[in-house]
Write a protein that binds this ligand. Structure first.
Ligand code: SF4
Length: 80
C-alpha cells in the first residue's frame, strides 16, 4: 500500500514531478497562474506563523524594576 501524503506533501510531490525532480526549478516556476503555484514549496502561505511549536519561554533576567528599592527617610520616618 502506498504512503498516504498530506495535501501539502502531495502538491509538493506534484510540483517536483512537474519540474523533473528539480527543487530549484520548482522554486523558480514561471507558471504563476497555476493553481498549485502558491503551495509549490510545500507549505500554505496563508498559514504562515500558525501551528507548529509553541514559542519557547524567554529566560528572565532581573530587570531594574525588580531590584530592591532603597528609600530614604527623614528623622520622623517620612519617606523622602
Ligand atoms: S506550480 Fe504548477 S507549473 Fe509550477 S511546478 Fe507546480 S505544478 Fe508545475
Amino acid at each position: 500500500m502506498p504512503d498516504i501524503l498530506t495535501p501539502m506533501k502531495a502538491i509538493r510531490a506534484k510540483c517536483l514531478d512537474c519540474m523533473c525532480g528539480q527543487a530549484t526549478e520548482v522554486r523558480l516556476c514561471p507558471i504563476t497562474d497555476c493553481s498549485l503555484y502558491p503551495y509549490r514549496m510545500g507549505h500554505n502561505p496563508k498559514r504562515a506563523g500558525l501551528g507548529g511549536k509553541p514559542p519557547s519561554r524567554v529566560s528572565k533576567s532581573p530587570s531594574p524594576s525588580t531590584q530592591p528599592t532603597t528609600y530614604t527617610a527623614d528623622d520622623n520616618g517620612e519617606i523622602l
